[in-house]
Design a protein. Structure first.
Length: 490
């Protein structure tokens, strides 16, 4: 039996992600029949009223299990500003709660993290004897390096690091997890996974949407805080870490931190040369007018918040020294797509004339059309030895009944069993902030140019020049992993 206590129970994250994930786990018999889910929020309502609202919002993919699941749900109204109010939770947990595992999920704005922690400490709900106590915290964890340290220190006063689960839903994606198996389970790739054979590594994460109803949050945060500091640096660590001694939480997280510690620090000169920031501008695509960032509701007309970032940097260790890492992320790009591309060195003495500008390339598609694509050179049919690039690909959807896409299901299951492998540790979070803070300070100083790019394009021209001056090029992916178009528009 496990107890889930979800703070922010009336919010969008709970109805869209958390409750459907818990329902799916219930349908798969991954939750005990005696488990409880207690929603906590400011709204005054009864448990039955909350169950009715959940019933309206959830799609019942396995309706035969719905009645059993909804009976696990209860609700408690709490004002988290007063720690004494947390005593009202105790009757909801049941008489034997001290012996049960309890997962406290903070699906609330970051300013409430300390308040919830203090309230749980006041009610002695952080203490565990026979049952575990786990605190699951959504991003953003801090707003910069100092605030992240302050939050870590505050939590560590009353919680062990082993109790704190900093969630990053990117790490719950099957394709991200498969990076470890793909690398270390296949010697033909792991033996090539180093500076001798790899020319450069590219990570691209594109969204075709605008800031929409997240304008208030996004204009304060920007894409570097929203995507680079957490999701993409964690993905980079999975791509580049050394083989862990064991595939457990301690070993994998230790190697993750080592990668982040070896990221080359920024200087003012390297920021100018290797970081491109941008904002999307209005564009006319057919009959559709796309608003620019400054035209979006809730965005200040003089905002310097970046909706796009491209950068080149290095990992200074024996495996990767000298190998450029290119990272590109942005909103209002042609498609929603996230992938990692490993570009291998071209053969130094080609026996045949290679027509393609591309060398051997391994594409690991995280979303959508999840899968792996290997591009290599072959001879065209016919006389002579004219060459062409060909594809060898694998799509996760081919696994059919074994294919799962819901990251929250996996991460919640891991929290249930106490496996923190795919959750960020405090030192990793702080190392990520240490890397991005100089970029944010450079932007806020007014010294960083904010380049405009048309909505629906792949970003400002300066981002292309960043890679082209090294003789490299971005990959321009389509929605389909294996599509050979050079450019895909909205």
């Amino acid at each position: 039996m496990s107890l889930f206590v979800i703070f922010g129970a009336t919010g969008d994250l709970v109805s869209r992600k958390l409750m459907p994930a818990l329902y799916s786990l219930h349908c798969l018999n991954k939750m005990g029949a005696e488990s409880k889910i207690i929603g906590v929020g400011r709204t005054k309502q009864t448990g039955q009223q909350y169950r009715d609202k959940m019933s309206e919002s959830l799609q019942k993919e396995c309706p035969d299990h719905w009645d059993d699941f909804v009976n696990l749900i209860d609700y408690q109204s709490i004002d988290i500003k007063d720690p004494k109010n947390f005593m009202n939770l105790l009757p909801k947990l049941g008489e034997n709660y001290k012996k049960e595992d309890i997962i406290f999920y903070l699906a609330i704005p970051p300013q409430g993290y300390k308040q919830v922690s203090d309230g749980l400490v006041y009610a002695k709900l952080n203490q565990h004897s026979h049952g575990g106590r786990r605190l699951v915290i959504e991003k953003p964890f801090g707003f910069d390096l100092q605030s992240a340290k302050d939050l870590n220190n505050h939590l560590h006063n009353h919680w062990d690091e082993e109790q704190i689960y900093r969630i990053d839903h990117y790490l719950g994606k099957e394709t991200v997890q498969n990076l470890l198996v793909f690398r270390f389970g296949n010697e033909i790739f792991e033996s090539l996974w180093n500076r001798r054979y790899v020319d450069y590594i590219e990570i691209s994460s594109a969204e075709d949407i605008s800031v929409a109803n997240r304008a208030a949050y996004f204009d304060r945060a920007g894409t570097i805080r929203d995507m680079v500091q957490n999701h993409l640096l964690q993905v980079l660590a999975m791509v580049t870490l050394e083989p862990p001694n064991n595939f457990n939480a301690l070993s994998v997280r230790n190697e993750t931190v080592k990668v982040l510690q070896n990221l080359r620090p920024w200087t003012e000169e390297s920021l100018k040369e290797n970081v491109i920031l941008g904002q999307y501008a209005s564009n006319q695509l057919g009959e559709k007018k796309i608003l620019g960032y400054h035209e979006e509701a809730g965005i200040a007309p003089n905002s310097r918040t970046e909706t796009f970032a491209a950068m080149k940097f290095f990992i200074d260790n024996s495996r990767w020294t000298g190998v450029p890492i290119y990272l590109r992320v942005g909103k209002r790009l042609p498609h929603r797509v996230t992938e990692v591309i490993v570009h291998f060195h071209k053969t130094p003495h080609p026996a045949f004339k290679i027509n393609s500008k591309e060398g051997n390339m391994l594409v690991i598609r995280i979303q959508p059309d999840e899968g792996i694509l290997l591009k290599f050179i072959m001879k065209k049919p016919g006389n002579g030895f004219e060459t062409t690039n060909v594809n060898m690909d694998f799509h996760y959807q081919d696994l059919k009944e074994n294919f799962r896409t819901n990251a929250y299901e996996r991460l919640l299951m891991d929290a249930l069993i106490g496996d923190a492998t795919l959750y960020a540790r405090s030192d990793a979070v702080e190392q990520c902030w240490k890397f991005v803070d100089p970029i944010l300070q450079w932007r806020d100083s007014g010294k960083a140019p904010i380049h405009q790019y048309k909505a629906g394009s792949w970003g400002p021209e300066e981002a292309d020049k960043l890679v082209e001056k090294q003789g490299h090029q971005w990959r321009y992916p389509c929605r389909n992993l294996s599509d050979e178009e050079n450019y895909c528009s909205l």
